[in-house]
Design a protein around this ligand. Structure first.
Ligand code: LCV
Length: 259
């Protein structure tokens, strides 16, 4: 039985985490189903993806399946851990991914939400980082991810206290892009997704990867610099680039073909 529901409508793909009994725990089965859904949408007509929980969820996701944490002596979050795999897949997806968040987000599910490109939450929701609660060391890529998004002091408070960070405070800190009343959350999310879906997929794909490459603020290796230049050339050499300009000048909606 699949743990996720997948929809595609008006070029917007939706992945619904759908395991109420276990509060959308990110078990290896849930992650496998999410990876399959992501792959299917990326290969299809989707131009943007929304990741959400089932309607009315009090918990968006309760994080890594504690039952699947390895017994002592082994790294609880190795590179090939299912949770780490879905985080990298979302970050590397050529499509913009929006996290539509209602309810509580726990542990590794916070990293999942933060791996999305845009986060939209509602009052009453929260983000709780739990490693210190279950004596997990977390991992370098995850910690760097938190520092990059929220800064060192807030990351320390989240990891050290394991206390919920309210959606209201997360929005003030810029962790959430938008805070929307829960009864408007779906409409707001899909309205924004629709606007993104109308823009050039090639330009968005290339800008997303450039942001990812440059966000680490590490000195640029020659490889990274050349990769960035090559990505940009992909777009300004494309017919979509000409179409975007011609459509604007002709005062008509652009028809992007992704090439
Ligand atoms: C397995 C679960 C889970 C769960 N695993 O409902 O970030 S790290 O490093 O910490 C990383 C390793 C990680 O992500 O670790 C997991 C972090 N997540 C948590 O610590 C959250 C653990 N869950 C809870 O604190 C509670 O379930 C919350 C507060 C989310 C909801 O509480 P509530 O009373 O509403 P239950 O606790 O009764 O949960 C319903 C069922 O889901 C299971 C839980 O064991 C229970 O199963 P049973 O009905 O069989 O007792 N469950 C919830 N979270 N992460 N199983």
């Amino acid at each position: 039985m699949t743990m996720v529901l997948t929809h595609l409508c008006d070029d917007i793909g939706t992945i619904i985490m759908n395991n109420p009994e276990r509060l959308n725990v990110l078990s290896s089965k849930m992650v496998d189903d999410m990876l399959q859904a992501l792959d299917q949408l990326e290969k299809g007509r989707a131009r943007v993806i929304v990741i959400r929980a089932y309607e009315g969820a009090k918990v968006w996701s309760s994080g890594h399946d504690i039952n699947e944490l390895p017994v002592s002596g082994r790294d609880p979050l190795p590179y090939d851990d299912p949770l780490e795999t879905i985080l990298r897949s979302i970050q590397a997806s050529p499509l913009p991914v929006i996290a539509m968040i209602e309810g509580g987000v726990w542990g590794g599910a916070c990293d999942l939400a933060l791996s999305c490109d845009i986060l939209i939450g509602s009052p009453g929701g929260s983000l709780t980082m739990t490693p210190a609660k279950i004596s997990v060391p977390y991992n370098a890529s995850g910690i760097l991810h938190f520092i990059g998004i929220m800064g060192i002091n807030i990351a320390k408070e989240m990891f050290f206290s394991a206390e919920p960070l309210s959606a209201e405070r997360a929005e003030k800190l810029g962790i959430l892009n938008h805070l929307v009343p829960v009864d408007e959350l779906e409409h707001f999310t899909y309205e924004l997704a629709g606007k993104i879906a109308k823009n050039s997929p090639l330009s968005i794909k290339v800008i997303k990867e450039q942001i990812c490459l440059l966000a680490g603020a590490h000195p640029l290796s020659p490889h990274t610099f050349e990769r960035v230049q090559g990505l940009r050339r992909l777009v300004y050499d494309s017919s979509d680039y000409a179409e975007g300009i011609n459509a604007f000048l002709a005062k008509r909606a652009p028809l992007f073909l992704g090439e």
